[in-house]
Write a new protein. Structure first.
Length: 266
């Protein structure tokens, strides 16, 4: 359980970035965080992981509090982070080293490292690239290696901060299906994205506007009630087509069904 309790944050005093933000994400949820550029999504992600600390209020994960220095190591171990640009997260020269780097850091026993390495690379279908150099891979493959490195650490939550935004459609599709598979296995997934198609895969949407939470609910009620264009977001392609074909009809049963069908295939 990850909780924001009346969290306030600013980078510069007098210029609030996050204002009185409260929500709880339960274990196993698949949550999308959306909103216009600069509304505070990445700041929220960093607050979750304790990379930034609230100026007021608390961010807690189970009984750990990011404001308690002694808790931070555990928090970093249990909350994994996948960034927008996979290049930024590579530290070593081979796929294998990339995945085991973190494990050596936390002193996982040698026998266990091998099995965690194999499992993590299999989960992202990169087991045949052990000796490859990360920078020679495609964008989607790089992002899959970055995910494997995090999976190997066996976190409880993975935050994807615009992790699909630099990928081609195929890479995006692969990363999204890995998220769905991890969710099915019980991992808590937090997906920060501008892509409304991808939001359909989540079960819950948090919409941020200028540092405030303005919507918290499921995708059906999101597309039913939120004028997404007001937040620099576009309707999903299928919803746009539906509106074009049926300009006078409310967006009803059909597209709700479409959203639900995303869930049933996920
Ligand atoms: N290190 C920083 N120092 C000062 N201001 C910052 C810093 N990082 C972000 N900001 C500001 O805080 C606000 C929220 O930024 P944040 O990166 O959290 O937004 P975001 O929703 O992730 O945006 P995007 O969609 O562009 O990724 C913005 O006004 C941004 O300019
Ligand atoms: Mg951001």
């Amino acid at each position: 359980m990850l909780t924001f309790d009346h969290v306030h944050f600013y980078y510069k005093k007098g210029q609030p970035v996050i204002e009185d933000l409260s929500f709880t994400i339960e274990t196993g949820e698949f949550v999308a965080i959306v909103g216009a550029n600069g509304c505070g999504k990445s700041t929220i992600a960093k607050l979750m992981d304790g990379l930034l600390l609230p100026k007021q209020g608390d961010v807690t994960f189970q009984d750990l509090n990011t404001s308690r220095p002694a808790d931070l190591r555990m928090i970093h171990e249990q909350i994994g982070f996948v960034f927008q640009n996979p290049e930024d997260q590579f530290i070593t020269t081979t796929v294998m080293d990339e995945v085991i780097f973190g494990l050596e850091n936390i002193r996982v026993p040698r026998e266990e490292i091998r099995s965690r390495l194999d499992q993590a690379l299999q989960a992202v279908q990169m087991e045949n690239y052990l000796e490859s150099m990360p920078h020679q891979l495609s964008g989607g493959q790089k992002q899959r290696v970055a995910i494997a490195a995090i999976l190997a650490m066996q976190p409880r939550i993975i935050i994807f901060d615009e992790a699909t935004s630099m990928l081609d459609p195929q890479g995006r599709e692969q990363v999204l299906s890995i998220m769905q598979e991890l969710h099915r296995q019980g991992m808590t997934i937090i997906h920060i994205t501008h892509h409304m198609e991808e939001v359909l895969a989540a079960r819950r949407i948090l919409l941020m506007d200028k540092g405030r939470l303005v919507f918290d609910g499921d995708p059906v009620s999101f597309f039913e009630t939120v004028p997404v264009e007001d937040y620099q977001l576009e309707l999903p392609f299928a919803v746009r087509v539906y509106r074009m074909l049926h300009p006078d009809m409310p967006l009803m049963a059909d597209w709700k069904e479409m959203i639900r069908s995303q869930w049933s295939t996920s």
